[in-house]
Ligand binder design. Sequence first.
Ligand code: ZN
Length: 127
Amino acid sequence: MNNHHELAEVLGKHEDCAFSASGVLVCTCGVSMQPQEVMDDMANLASHQADVLLAAGYRKPRTIATREEMDALQVGSVILVRGVALSKESDDEPAGLHWVPAGTPMGFTSGELALPATVLHEPEPRP
Ligand SMILES: [Zn+2]
């Protein structure tokens, strides 16, 4: 199953909402939603669908367009630059060779890498 089919199947379980006899807004999946005064029922359903997609693991890949954004990524981050995945191996390598392509010992500075880059992975923030 590809991403499109998986997301379509997930959304298909949450395709509509209606008020129950007791006046509660209920999704087709059976979950009761807490209507927000400022939102109409379709906006409440859309908010519920967004929660469902995030719970299913959907994330829009982040694109970075500046050296500053690249430098701000934590050690352990992985980016895709022109089809090559590179991981940030250090923050303090003296020559700034922080970015290392998988399977090679050779590092690159952020200034040597083409922009934009796509962020494939960011480690969880340290506690
Ligand atoms: Zn639902």
